[in-house]
Design a protein around this ligand. Structure first.
Ligand code: PHE
Ligand code: ZN
Ligand code: ZN
Ligand code: ZN
Length: 284
């Protein structure tokens, strides 16, 4: 698995913040900053050789999903990785979810640079309108013809992966579609190899994996914490401050590039890259 420099991911975050600043301060659904952010992501993917599609939908404003396929691989064994690219209106949304947006972009660009000749077809998605109720990802799943849905082997989600007082949470597979446990094991195994302790988290349908899970597709993901409070035990194992939220700027104007822990960002990006590489090489 190639190293993905965290500085490259942070450079995308700087751009996403600039884009928000140039568009009224946010990248929210139905606001110009959302589309401008997606255009930034799309132009990098197009230049790298991806086949990209912008899927438009309407939900109290026009929303967009950006889907990028890496050419090659078994189209009957599609592996998907996604992050929501919209934010709340209060601020630039850099941890939520510039972090997932930027890590996914940089890992996708690394795939293009290295071309691991995936056995599976790799598909990356940047969802719109997550913040108004998982609208973009639900729209995508609902619109996919049944035969295309059947070809999707799994979906991994990356929403808030560099929280400034964060921890390492891996989506729990309990109660999730069969096959999800393999993703939980894979992600936990990667972190364990890196000497990092994780905790399972039940996200109760609070992010874009939920529409996929509802459709019976195995899901998983990584999360570093939102408005929840870090316990003393978590502070002992991960560092940071007990009694304070994982992300004190959650859904606030202060969710800027200063609201990112670069150490966590590097570690979670590495986990994403490891998952892409491993899952690309398994056959259907
Ligand atoms: N999806 C929530 C949001 O974007 C944040 C969240 C992510 C909450 C993951 C729980 C788990 O605001
Ligand atoms: Zn790069
Ligand atoms: Zn949010
Ligand atoms: Zn989010």
């Amino acid at each position: 698995v190639p190293d993905v420099p965290v500085a490259d991911v942070q450079a995308h975050l700087v751009q996403l913040q600039r884009i928000a600043e140039a568009n009224g301060g946010n990248r929210a659904h139905g606001r110009p900053g959302h589309l401008a952010g997606l255009e930034y992501v799309r132009s990098a993917l197009d230049a790298a050789g991806y086949t990209t599609t912008l899927q438009e939908f309407s939900s109290g404003g026009t929303g967009y999903n950006l889907v990028a396929d890496w050419p090659g691989g078994d189209e009957n064994a599609v592996m998907m990785f996604g992050a929501h690219a919209d934010g709340v209106a209060a601020g630039p949304g850099i941890n939520d979810n510039g972090s997932g947006t930027a890590a996914l972009l940089e890992v996708a660009l690394t795939v293009a640079e290295q071309d691991p000749r995936p056995a599976r077809q790799l598909r990356f998605a940047w969802w719109g309108a997550e913040e108004v109720g998982l609208v973009g990802s639900a729209h995508y799943v609902r619109r996919l013809p049944a035969d295309e849905l059947e070809r999707i082997d799994g979906y991994l989600n990356f929403d808030m992966i560099a929280s400034p007082n964060g921890g390492y949470f891996v989506y729990s597979s309990s109660g999730q579609p069969e096959g999800s446990a393999a993703f939980e094991r894979l992600l936990n195994g990667h972190f364990a190899d890196a000497g990092i302790e994780t905790e399972p988290v039940d996200l109760a349908g609070r992010s874009d994996h939920a529409p996929f899970a509802d459709a019976g597709i195995p899901t998983g993901g990584v999360f570093t914490g939102a408005e929840g409070t870090k316990t003393p035990e978590q502070a002992r194992k991960w560092g940071g401050t007990a009694g304070k939220p994982f992300d004190p700027c959650y859904h606030r104007a202060c969710d800027t590039t200063a609201n990112i822990d670069p150490e966590l960002l590097g570690r979670t990006t590495a986990a994403l890259a490891a998952a892409v590489w491993t899952l690309s090489q398994e056959d259907g």
